[in-house]
Design a protein. Structure first.
Length: 222
């Protein structure tokens, strides 16, 4: 993608975030845009960096390890967020590479991350992923399990910043975003990682602090 196109796509998404924020009487800079670069190679990512984007997200540790150390050599101030399921045996690798982890969803992973953070002396921000639609095949802890998982994460000193969800496909997402926002409020959490290319404006009007946008910035994935 030429830099002009990357700049245009980025400006469009930022304008849409700003518009949604304004409708909800929120400040646009209260929303962090995470550019989800999964499946895209360094050549596709660099134009977006050149256009000024500094926060990126990946869903696989190994894929991210293959691309980002080199990209970061030239742009050290890039922040990297993990938005995909994390195996406990990859916790150390994830803690070393990422600045935030959005997929904390079970006790064994809390324990593995706590160990990895103590060992590395590095504490990436954490979001607890909630399976907000109660879907069998989806990652995330159940709404019922969230209180105990959150308590455990806090006891283990994970820097829990908020909650994350991916609502059911093909259903109106607003009620799920609203439910996640309510649960976060009930637990004194400020961070809300919700909203993707198809629904980030809705998410922003409902309080998203982090939107995860891939397709609208990079085009369709292969
Ligand atoms: C791929 C992905 C996104 C981005 O999806 P788009 O529809 O391409 O914007 C957001 N969040 C998660 C967890 C993802 O896996």
């Amino acid at each position: 993608m030429p830099i002009e196109e990357a700049s245009q796509r980025l400006a469009d998404v930022r304008a849409r975030i700003a518009h949604a924020a304004k409708i909800a009487d929120r400040k646009a800079d209260a929303v962090t845009l995470i550019a989800i670069s999964k499946t895209h190679d360094a050549d596709a990512i660099q134009p977006l960096i050149d256009a000024g984007q500094r926060v990126f997200g990946e869903n696989r540790v190994q894929e991210a390890e293959g691309k980002w150390p080199k990209l970061r050599e030239t742009t050290p101030d890039v922040a990297l967020h993990l938005v995909g399921q994390l195996q406990s045996n990859k916790a150390e690798d994830a803690v070393a590479l990422f600045d935030a982890i959005h997929s904390v969803d079970r006790l064994s992973l809390v324990a593995a991350l706590a160990r990895a953070m103590d060992k590395a002396g590095r504490r990436p921000a954490c979001f607890i992923q909630v399976n907000i639609g109660g879907e069998a095949q989806k990652g995330g802890c159940s709404v019922a399990d969230l209180p105990s998982l959150l308590a455990e994460a806090r006891t283990a000193d994970l820097p829990v910043q908020g909650l994350m969800c991916v609502p059911p496909l093909e259903l109106e997402p607003a009620p799920y975003f609203a439910l996640l926002a309510k649960i976060a409020r009930d637990h004194g959490l400020d961070g809300l990682s919700m909203g993707m290319s198809g629904d980030f404006e809705t998410a922003v009007t409902i309080g998203a602090t982090h939107v995860r946008v891939g397709t609208a910035l990079f085009g369709a994935r292969a």
